[in-house]
Design a protein around this ligand. Structure first.
Ligand code: IPE
Ligand code: IPE
Ligand code: MG
Length: 247
C-alpha cells in the first residue's frame, strides 16, 4: 500500500511495557529502563505529530504499580517530576496539549502542582492532545464516573457514563498498542477500548521507534473495522469509513 493510502488513526493509545526487561538485559537498574522509556516516549510524540495523529494516550503508571518495590515507585515519581521539567517546555513549544489522567489524591502535593501547571500552560495548544495516564486504572475511571453521576443524582446510561469518564475530552482510541510482548490489557482503557484495534509488539518500550509505530499504523490501516456490521454492509457504502464508531 502506498504511504498516501494509509489510514492514520485519529487516536492511538499505548501500554508502554518492557522498561524493566530492557534494563535487565543490560545489567542496569530498572529505573535506567524507565529513563530510557521517557526518551522513547518523546520520540513517539514527535512521530505521532509528523503522521497527523490527533490524540496520543499513554499508560505511564497503573493503579497496580504501587505494588512494586518502594524504591522503584519513588524512582518513578521522581522521574515524572524530572520529565515534567525537561519535556513540558518543549511539548508546549510544539503545540501539544497535555492532560494527566488518573487519581491524583495519592500523589505528592509537589507532583500534583506540577501536573496542574503543565495542563494549564498547554491548554491552548491544538496540534496534538497528549494524555498521560498516571495512577490510572480502567476500573478506577469507570467507578469514579459512576460516583460522579450518583452524587449528582443523574441516571447512569452508556452516554452519561461516557461523558463522566476522565477521557471524555477525546474520542475512543482507534488503535491500542502494547509493547513488551505481553498479550493483556492490564486495566487500561477498559471502557474506551471496546472497539479499538489491538496491536501487540515484542519490542521493549525503550526500543520502540518510528519504524515500529509505522508497522502498527500499517497493520491498523489494513484492518476492516466492522462495528458489528457485516463486510457486505460496509462494501455497499463504498469503503469502510475509518474511525467511525457511531451509527
Ligand atoms: C513499563 O515497564 C513501565 C511501568 C509499568 C511503569 P515495566 O517496568 O513493566 O517493564 P517490565 O515489564 O518489567 O519489563
Ligand atoms: C502495565 O504494565 C502498566 C504500564 C505500562 C504503566 P505492567 O508491567 O504493570 O503490567 P503487568 O503487571 O505485567 O500486567
Ligand atoms: Mg511490565
Amino acid at each position: 500500500m502506498a504511504a498516501s493510502d494509509l489510514i492514520i488513526p485519529r487516536h492511538i493509545a499505548i501500554v508502554m511495557d518492557g522498561n524493566g526487561r530492557w534494563a535487565k538485559k543490560r545489567f542496569l537498574p530498572r529505573i535506567a529502563g524507565h529513563r530510557q522509556g521517557v526518551e522513547s516516549l518523546s520520540a513517539c510524540v514527535k512521530a505521532c505529530m509528523e503522521r497527523g495523529v490527533g490524540v496520543l494516550t499513554v499508560f505511564a503508571f497503573s493503579s497496580e504499580n504501587w505494588n512494586r518495590p518502594s524504591d522503584e515507585v519513588s524512582g518513578l515519581m521522581d522521574l515524572l517530576v524530572l520529565a515534567l521539567a525537561k519535556q513540558v517546555p518543549r511539548l508546549n513549544a510544539n503545540g501539544v496539549q497535555l492532560h494527566f489522567i488518573g487519581d491524583r489524591q495519592r500523589l505528592s502535593t509537589k507532583v500534583q502542582a506540577g501536573l496542574q501547571d503543565a495542563e494549564i500552560n498547554t491548554a491552548g495548544n491544538q496540534r496534538l492532545i497528549f494524555n498521560v495516564c498516571f495512577n490510572y486504572g480502567g476500573r478506577w475511571d469507570i467507578a469514579q464516573a459512576a460516583q460522579k453521576l450518583a452524587s449528582r443524582g443523574e441516571a447512569i446510561t452508556e452516554q452519561s457514563l461516557d461523558q463522566a469518564m476522565a477521557l471524555a475530552h477525546v474520542p475512543d482510541p482507534d488503535l491500542l498498542i502494547r509493547t513488551g510482548g505481553e498479550l493483556r490489557i492490564s486495566n487500561f482503557m477498559l471502557w474506551q477500548a471496546a472497539y479499538s484495534e489491538l496491536y501487540f509488539s515484542d519490542k521493549l518500550w525503550p526500543d520502540f521507534d518510528a519504524a515500529t509505530l509505522d508497522e502498527a499504523i500499517a497493520a491498523y490501516s489494513a484492518r476492516e473495522r466492522r462495528f458489528g456490521k457485516t463486510s457486505a454492509q460496509l462494501a455497499t457504502r463504498g469503503i469502510a469509513i475509518p474511525n467511525e464508531n457511531t451509527a
